[in-house]
Design a protein around this ligand. Structure first.
Ligand code: GTP
Ligand code: MG
Length: 447
């Protein structure tokens, strides 16, 4: 028997209104217990806000509220649900919630409403995850991707892959019943083709992992270079206000300065750093060490150079590694040094505000998130989806190998079944409670 749960669903703090959500088999009865004059929620008009009062055990009014009831399964969780809109004071909300807990309602855990929605078949796991993505989205693009996922785009895509594999497995398993019959060459080739085409569908989804991570976490972008190159000037220009101190003294920036920027809808975490140079100053040395540390975890390095100066190489190809790297040739308002004539980079001037749009487009392009490049994608997977897909791909490749090797149908079938199970996990075809608990515990309370 499911319990009835309640939580404050609006953000903590003061507001004009705040909402308490109650869900479970006894939601109507328990809320009714707290209403003035014993008003019965189940008699209220469904999905209409009813003005009433929450009272304490003595009949004293705790708050005048609007109560809306949703009869299961036509509710977010699929259970009977009541939404109580209170005056949004911290104390008022807490008192109303405590009153509900006093009559036997349980406090909801993080993500418990969404978990129930999932368990009651109201949404698949990718949609439940999308709810959290939507809440935490910081840019339009992140919001759009979350919306797509909430519509079930990723769930549908993974289900279609699962069905493809099921089709292939069914075909192959037909041979298991006839052990004397081998898979003939033509059929084998056709099946191989089908397995490979599923593999490329998986690969396509996997390719959206980086975009997914960028949308959810932001791109860690380190502004790096020699002292006085104009790193802090660039940070300020990109942000549109004077965040960091700019001066013609080398070594102005000592500590790292971090700000979040919405760059064409892409969340970018911009990190301005201390200029790279040998210094006797202990504080500056610390700063340079921090710069190095930031580089380690960077997704994108904006290497700012003073275009009037000769080229100094701070970073080897190895140090850049798999990170995105853009050379930004600053001070293009002045005469540039000949060293830069053959270097691929974006020429800008922070003082004259030239070339910044080009730089922004270059960044978007580099991250494969330019309007034309990413706009068409409907999904951006998260790390959980990525892990399932990667493992499914390995299982599928094993099936491919086994088939090519001419081994028996039963071996191929085992591998295909495994791939199917892994793909199924994306939309939530899993029955381990532990795993579900882990996924939903990252949600916020009230969702
Ligand atoms: N002419 C010209 N000067 C610039 C430009 N951008 C920055 N400067 C100047 O270059 C000097 C250094 O700029 P900062 O932005 O402080 O340089 P930084 O790379 O952050 O330097 P550190 O923090 O010391 O590592 C300042 O005097 C700026 O006004 C530019 O595009 N053109
Ligand atoms: Mg600086």
């Amino acid at each position: 028997m499911e319990t009835t749960i309640a939580a404050i669903a609006t953000a903590p703090g003061m507001g004009a209104v705040g909402m308490i959500r109650v869900s479970g088999p006894d939601a109507f009865a328990r809320v009714s217990d707290c209403l003035q004059g014993g008003r019965r929620v189940e008699r209220m008009k469904e999905r209409y806000a009813t003005l009433t009062k929450v009272v304490d055990t003595q009949g004293l009014v705790l708050d005048e509220v609007l109560v809306t009831c949703f009869h299961g399964p036509r509710s977010y969780t699929g259970e009977d649900t009541v939404e109580i809109a209170c005056h949004g004071g911290v104390l008022v909300m807490r008192r109303v919630l405590e009153r509900l807990l006093d009559v036997g309602v349980q406090p909801a855990g993080a993500g418990e409403f969404s978990q129930r929605a999932f368990l009651n078949g109201k949404m698949d796991l990718t949609q439940a995850e999308a709810v959290m993505d939507l809440i935490s989205a910081q840019t339009e693009l992140a919001m759009r991707a979350a919306h797509e996922q909430l519509q079930g785009t990723l769930g549908d895509a993974s289900e279609s892959i699962r069905e493809d594999i099921l089709g292939i497995a069914a075909h192959i398993e037909a041979y298991i019943d006839f052990p004397d019959e081998d898979i003939d060459t033509d059929t084998g080739a056709a099946l191989l083709g089908r397995i490979r085409s599923v593999g490329s569908k998986i690969q396509k989804l996997l390719q959206t992992a980086e975009q997914g991570r960028i949308l959810r976490e932001g791109v860690r972008t380190v502004i790096f270079g020699s002292p006085n190159a104009g790193k802090s000037s660039l940070l300020n220009r990109l942000l549109g206000y004077d965040r960091a101190i700019v001066s013609d003294i080398e070594g102005t920036t000592r500590d790292t300065v971090e700000e979040v920027l919405n760059l064409q809808g892409i969340p970018v975490r911009l990190i301005d750093t201390a200029g790279m140079r040998q210094s006797e100053d202990r504080i500056e040395q610390q700063g340079v060490k921090r710069t190095r540390d930031q580089l380690e975890t960077a997704d994108l390095i904006l290497e700012v150079v003073d275009g009037t100066q000769p080229r100094v190489i701070h970073l080897s190809d190895e140090e850049i590694g798999r990170r995105h790297h853009i050379v930004v040739i600053n001070k293009a308002d002045l005469e540039l040094h000949a060293d830069w004539s053959n270097v691929a980079g974006v020429k800008i001037s922070c003082t004259e505000e030239v070339g910044l749009d080009t730089l922004i487009n270059t960044i978007a392009h580099e991250l494969s998130m330019g309007a034309g490049e990413w706009g068409g994608h409907a999904v951006a997977i998260n790390t959980r989806h990525q892990a399932c897909l990667k493992r499914a791909k390995v299982a599928l490749e094993a099936a491919e190998f086994t088939l090519e090797d001419g081994q028996g149908a039963e071996f191929i079938s085992v591998e295909l079944r495994e791939a199917m199970e892994l793909i199924g996990e994306i939309a939530g075809r899993i029955d381990t409670e532990e795993l579900l608990g882990e996924i939903f515990s990252s949600f916020c309370i009230g969702k």
